[in-house]
Design a protein around this ligand. Structure first.
Ligand SMILES: [Zn+2]
Length: 495
């Protein structure tokens, strides 16, 4: 059996003004055929799984590109073409494959292509009409008909925070293997849930729903169930949650299952989403807390969702309140990193922090601080993977305000991102992290309390007011009613 594997991943925030260019891939992760031989990260875990399994079976393996960039605006057209064509070129050079497995994101948009993943798999299908093509997607994807048409198998992560990339890669490998030897014939259907939001899977109704999906997979004829949550910060026609069912050669069962579970998910819409706390209220909570640290998540500036990572709204509000003993970060500010590096540890400087990328960044904050630590080459854990942190600087200001900046856009996943610099989080009153959900579980170990704050910025949570120009307004929460009941009433009236 000849296996071909690759990964290409970035998540495009079309409301972000900063494009994604080749430098974004070069600084985050870019390997040309040997990613499975280095430390795994979220989007390369699958390559490790697929190589290991294929080697155990004695298959021949062609590993192509692994390219990952931190989310930002649409990818530069020539950059996307170069990355896509490297994968296609390697596939051609290999003389095709029996099985093609790709770890893709599912929400990558270039300046010219709205559905990059659909484009890639359509090209792969052209090159290999008879191959089994399977893709694993981040659940924050736009599931499109083009992907469905070109692929035999699509599986999305089930968990958010994402800690199941390897499990999904194992499933995809198994199903692709069984397809290639003629044991099964995957048949897929999807259903548009008409919902735009974000959904944490670890607790409550969402946990039950995800567990229910896994139980459903054990039913006769069902091969796989995925919920594509969708990626809300993208103005594309396929934005929104979609339920995906894969059956063994049963199109009706696939369609019925996707619709049944999709409508079940819609019915849970108020239970599977959260209302987040305003900045003022969050600071009230932090100020009145009797025990620290209170961890405040700066949700509007999550670079993992394409926000700049240098927004100052929360920092400004913290300073205006006169709060003390605060640590905040990680600000993406290569200019400040450069100045601090030149000055060296121990230097005291006037610095202009953040607010540099665009309107979503707010206004810069001028501070005076001492460079406490400069570190390079550190990483932070996200599940099994280790994500890079770039060059980091810890700056100490008056009132025990600690500001952490770096030169590589990344959200905060883990307390170690700050602690490795020497900051003792247990002694801080307030810890502000630029993150949305991924930080939650690791920070529970050090936090007296965690507050997810609805800060303004590039990943604002106000989905009812985001401007979507390419899909209708028939989605929750824009339409607050029961959309499916409305739709069936309308179709009855038109009958
Ligand atoms: Zn995701």
């Amino acid at each position: 059996m000849r296996l071909f594997i690759a990964t290409l991943s970035t998540e495009t925030n079309t409301f972000c003004t900063m494009p994604t260019g080749m430098s974004g891939f070069e600084e985050y992760f870019l390997r040309h055929g040997d990613a499975s031989k280095s430390q795994p990260n979220l989007m390369t875990e699958a390559l490790h799984v697929w190589r290991r399994n294929a080697e155990a079976l004695g298959w021949s393996i062609t590993e192509s590109l692994a390219a990952i960039a931190e989310p930002a605006g649409p990818t530069i057209a020539s950059c996307y073409k170069a990355l896509r064509d490297e994968i296609l070129g390697d596939l051609e050079k290999a003389g095709g494959a029996d099985i093609v497995l790709l770890q893709l994101h599912g929400a990558m948009i270039s300046q010219q292509v709205e559905d990059c993943e659909g484009d890639i798999v359509a090209c792969v299908r052209n090159l290999c009409p008879d191959a089994v093509i399977g893709i694993s997607l981040d659940l924050h994807c736009h599931l499109t008909q083009k992907m469905m048409d070109a692929c035999d198998l699509i599986i999305c992560f089930k968990e958010y925070p994402h800690d199941d990339a390897s499990d999904r890669a194992e499933e995809l490998f198994d199903l692709a293997h069984r397809t290639a030897v003629g044991q099964i014939k995957p048949t897929m259907a999807m259903f548009d849930c008409n919902m735009i939001n974000v959904y944490l899977t670890k607790t409550g109704a969402m946990r039950k729903f995800v567990d229910g999906m896994s139980t459903y997979e054990k039913k006769p004829g069902i091969l796989s169930i995925s919920l594509a949550h969708g990626f809300p910060w993208a103005d594309v026609k396929d934005v929104g949650a979609r339920m995906l069912a894969v059956t063994d050669d049963n199109a009706n069962l696939a369609a019925q299952t996707a619709e049944t579970l999709g409508k079940e998910f819609f019915d849970l819409r108020h239970d599977v989403t959260d209302q987040f706390v305003s900045m003022e209220m969050a600071l009230d909570i932090a100020e009145s807390a009797t025990r620290g640290p209170v961890v405040l998540a700066d949700m509007g500036d999550n670079s993992g969702g394409g926000a700049p990572g240098d927004a100052t709204f929360l920092l400004r509000a913290t300073l205006d309140r006169g709060l003390t003993n605060v640590v905040t970060g990680i600000f993406w500010d290569p200019v400040v990193v450069r100045i601090c590096e030149d000055a060296g540890e121990g230097a005291t400087l006037n610095l202009r922090i953040g607010g540099k990328t665009g309107l979503a960044s707010g206004i810069p904050v001028d501070i005076s601080g001492t460079v406490m630590k400069i570190a390079d080459g550190l990483g932070q854990h996200l599940g099994l993977g280790l994500e890079p942190l770039g060059k980091m600087v810890w700056i100490r200001c008056e009132n025990s305000l600690d500001i952490v900046v770096n030169d590589l856009r990344t959200q905060v996943y883990h307390p170690e991102a700050l602690e490795q610099l020497g900051i003792d989080l247990s002694e801080k009153s307030i810890v502000c992290v630029k993150s949305m959900f991924h930080f939650f579980t690791p920070f529970q170990k050090i936090a007296a309390q965690i507050v997810q704050v609805a800060t303004p910025g590039g990943t604002s949570q106000d989905f009812a007011t985001l401007r979507y120009s390419k899909r209708d307004n028939c989605f929750w929460p824009k339409n607050s009613g029961n959309i499916f009941a409305q739709t069936s009433a309308q179709s009855l009236m038109s009958d």
